[in-house]
Design a protein around this ligand. Structure first.
Ligand code: FNR
Length: 374
């Protein structure tokens, strides 16, 4: 269908499901075990209802924000997700160009299917791009990667800590591994574990298992954060915090931000939905929000979802699958369309809540209800 008929993120996903290969769809859509966390990530938003305020001037309404000090047209970023080329020949470059046109920020996955140089080459001048780091077991290999991306101009390091082993994603495992699905073959495939990949998947780990095979399983707050600080001047965000306790430890470790995330339900099944963790953090440790920026991702599909997270103290939210689906279905214009849809939905929600700016979104505007809507 023409892009103008796409009214929601759900519409976009429906188109992507038609055009993606079986393997690509299996990899993109898969989540762990019985998909409880995957489903609850989205369902958690249905438990939070608004207390809208009326008779407030909102004809001027500004949804723009900053993330680590970098401007963003809406409080939304692209969460780093691997292998965009599985869905579209231009892969990650679609996300880069779409982000530039829509003035949002892309986080590039360590396991991108274009090289980090190629992605930077697709960027417009002074476009900020973030880098998601999977830390290699070997410190020297990991250090080189960080230094390389800093030199290339990436603006922050998002260290993923929730994927030291791959979650059990049966859809992905059942779907045969095929490097030749990625147009330009092995060499374009930017992972440490390329050679191990094929054998690993033969023993039944799927794409996910192959990609994390060389990741460090022994990271600690005491060792890994100072190590990263020593080798880079870039701001550091911890991606994959899932408890109030770890949010506090991250603040004590002095990082610039945390992304409360369970990897879109692809890692530990029955891990709490990020919105629920954010809600608990806001109630138990409101002081943490003054020490670092807090973001969430997982299951975000509507402008109201974004606004609920912001009411509870998130600085911005990330989306993974929706951007992969959009670039697969329509390339760059699809990515821009997602931002347009979200921007319109966010503006509508803000105005109807009586909030003229993001600062007006406060915890009192949402209530967690104990009834589950049908
Ligand atoms: C991911 N995610 C991810 N995270 C990461 O740190 N490094 C990675 O390489 C990937 N790769 C990846 C591939 C695919 C296909 C998906 C769907 C996800 C997780 C991602 O950054 C993000 O946390 C989730 O996608 C957020 O959930 P939603 O928005 O997809 O529901």
């Amino acid at each position: 269908p023409p892009l103008r008929r796409i009214l929601s993120l759900a519409d976009m996903e429906a188109v992507a499901r038609q055009v993606l290969s079986h393997k690509a769809l299996a990899y993109y859509s898969s989540s762990s075990d019985d998909q409880m966390t995957y489903q609850e990530n989205a369902r958690a938003f249905t438990r939070f209802f608004f207390h809208p305020r009326v008779m407030r001037p909102v004809s001027r309404c500004d949804p723009s924000s900053t993330i680590l000090g970098f401007k963003s047209s809406i409080p939304v970023f692209i969460s780093g997700a691997a292998l965009a080329k599985l869905g579209h020949p231009q892969g990650e470059a679609n996300l880069t160009k779409g982000a530039a046109q829509a003035n949002i920020i892309q986080m590039v996955s360590s396991n991108a299917s274009l090289s980090y140089e190629e992605i930077m080459a697709a960027a417009s001048p002074s476009q900020p791009i973030f880098f998601q780091l999977y830390k290699n077991t070997n410190d020297d290999v990991a250090e080189k990667r960080v230094r390389d991306v800093e030199k290339l101009g990436y603006k922050s390091i998002w260290l993923t800590v929730d994927a030291i082993v791959a979650g059990n994603r049966e859809k992905d495992i059942r779907s045969p591994w095929a490097l030749d699905d990625i147009e330009s073959g092995r060499t374009a495939f930017h992972v440490d574990a390329v050679d191990g990949a094929v054998e690993d998947s033969d023993v039944g780990l799927g794409i996910a298992g192959a990609l994390v095979a060389s990741d460090d399983r022994d990271m600690t707050w005491e060792k890994t954060i100072p190590w990263l600080r020593r080798i880079t001047k870039l701001p550091i965000v911890i991606k994959g915090v899932q408890t109030v306790e770890d949010a506090v430890l991250a603040a004590e470790a002095g990082v610039e931000g945390i992304l409360i995330s369970n990897h879109g339900g692809r890692q530990l099944d029955y891990s709490f939905p990020p919105l629920e963790v954010l809600y608990r953090l806001r109630r138990q440790r409101p002081d943490i929000f003054d020490k670092l920026e807090v973001y969430i991702d997982g299951g975000i599909e509507r402008g109201t979802d974004v606004v609920k997270a912001l009411c509870l103290g998130a600085k911005a939210v990330g989306l993974g699958r929706p951007f992969l689906y959009a670039q697969s279905a329509y390339g760059v214009p699809g990515v821009v369309k997602i931002v347009q849809i979200l921007e319109r939905e966010i503006l509508t929600a803000m105005r109807l809540l009586g909030a003229a700016s993001l600062q007006d979104l406060i915890p009192e505007m949402v209530e967690r209800v104990d009834w589950q809507p049908l």
